[in-house]
Design a protein around this ligand. Structure first.
Ligand code: 13P
Ligand code: SF4
Length: 405
């Protein structure tokens, strides 16, 4: 498990360290891979690895990763999330959004090892969906997700118990965004709920409303709110559950009147996008298309022309006419790649500061070289697993997502 340490604020709320570390890599310069020893200077937690890997430059790392990859052949498959660095994506057998990667993880019947270049919750999901005996490896165990860290198991269970007491059996179903722990996924599976990704949230929430009058949506309040509005709910139909207040800060009557209860979590990368950035982009390029990820706040989503998952953003811009201009509200590694792969279009990130997802960015090529070379030597490092009971219920909720999705 990723160790989730937190800082306690004076008023009692807890801020996950992953959130505090988010700005560590922000820069106004283009991102380049430096030897890990230099990147260690950014004020974040890194997993320790043999010193030799820390000193390798990017050319050496590319050669080492390539050689180990070739030796492993079909025994290993490398999955890369769209937010990974270029030097990682270059070695991915498949790249995609969370939904596509979870489908792919479930389809890898032959590979002994699934190397997941993404974050911890994605590797856990791959383990839950993989066939028995397959091993899932996360190259850097410190690659967590600040949003997932905002929904610790104890707080989520307390919320669920409170909701059961107030709303009674069948009064509410849990829907959890993929970006959460296996324990939260299992809570959904155990209680008739479902998992969703950014590309399947509306289908999953609609699925839940066919079975219940109310949904509690974990852990991203923004994806939950954007999805509720898309399905025709109003803001008056929604309440926010603040885990630091008794009953989430709601009265029993407010909870009974609500149709959608939104856990108070967010993505530290996507909440950087603002309506002001969109206004500025439209002033500079009057014919611009604005496309944002649904983890952005609702004001930003409303001001955009298109909303989509990472895969949706990739596909929409690839299919757009030559000469079109795109201002994109998502993680910078993906936006830079889309710009490179669409030289006939103008594509840029709405945020002028270059701020990669600090946890995705921890998959430095040195870690990929290390885990692959260890596998070549017959040693599995950084294996991710989930206990049987949690895995069984998490799988139920994930399979519902794959069926609906
Ligand atoms: P996607 O499912 O759109 O790839 O999103 C994953 C994620 O973590 C976005 O912050
Ligand atoms: Fe988590 Fe946001 Fe990073 Fe996605 S972009 S992995 S939600 S912190």
């Amino acid at each position: 498990m990723v160790e989730v340490r937190e800082r306690r604020e004076p008023h009692g709320t807890r801020v996950p360290l992953t959130e505090l570390e988010q700005s560590a890599f922000c820069t106004t310069e283009p991102l380049v891979v430096k030897p890990l020893e230099e990147e260690f200077k950014a004020g974040v937690r890194w997993q320790k690895l043999p010193i030799a890997y820390m000193r390798m430059d990017s050319t050496t790392l590319r050669e080492r990763v390539g050689a180990a990859r070739r030796k492993l052949g079909k025994r290993a498959v490398i999955l890369g999330h769209h937010y990974q660095r270029e030097d990682i994506i270059a070695f991915a057998d498949f790249r995609g959004d969370s939904f596509k990667l979870s489908q792919l993880a479930a389809q890898q019947a032959d590979a002994e090892f699934i190397i997941f270049c993404g974050v911890h919750f994605m590797a856990e999901t791959a383990f839950v969906l993989a066939r028995p005996g397959q091993q899932v490896v996360l190259p850097n165990l410190q690659a967590g997700c600040s949003m997932s860290d905002m929904a610790p198991t104890g707080d989520v269970e307390d919320c669920w118990d409170d909701l059961q007491r107030v709303l009674g059996p069948g009064g509410v179903l849990p829907v959890a965004y993929m970006n959460c722990t296996a324990a939260l996924k299992a809570l959904c599976g155990r209680n008739g709920g479902i998992i969703c990704t950014s590309s399947s949230a509306d289908k999953a929430v609609r699925w839940a409303y066919e079975r219940t009058p109310r949904v509690v949506f974990f852990p991203d309040q923004h994806l939950g709110r954007n999805t509720g509005l898309k399905l025709g709910l109003s803001l008056e139909d929604m309440v926010v559950w603040n885990p630091f207040k008794p009953m989430g800060g709601n009265t029993p009557e407010q909870l009974r009147n609500a149709k959608l209860i939104l856990w108070k979590g967010h993505c530290s990368v996507h909440t950087r996008f603002t309506v002001g950035q969109i206004r500025q982009a439209r002033e500079t390029y009057p014919s611009i298309n604005i496309m944002v990820h649904p983890e952005c706040i609702n004001e930003v989503v409303k001001a955009a022309d298109h909303v989509g998952s990472t895969e949706g953003i990739v596909r929409t811009i690839a299919a757009a006419p030559a000469g079109s201009v795109w201002g994109v509200g998502t993680e910078i590694n993906l936006v830079s790649r889309i710009a490179k792969e669409n030289p006939d279009k103008t594509v840029f990130c709405l945020d002028p500061i270059v701020c990669p997802c600090a946890t995705m960015y921890r998959i430095h090529p040195a870690y990929l070289a290390w885990v692959l070379e260890e596998l070549v030597e017959g040693r599995v490092v950084n294996s991710i697993s989930v206990d049987d009971e949690t895995g069984r219920y998490a799988r139920i909720a994930l399979q519902r997502m794959l069926q609906v999705g």
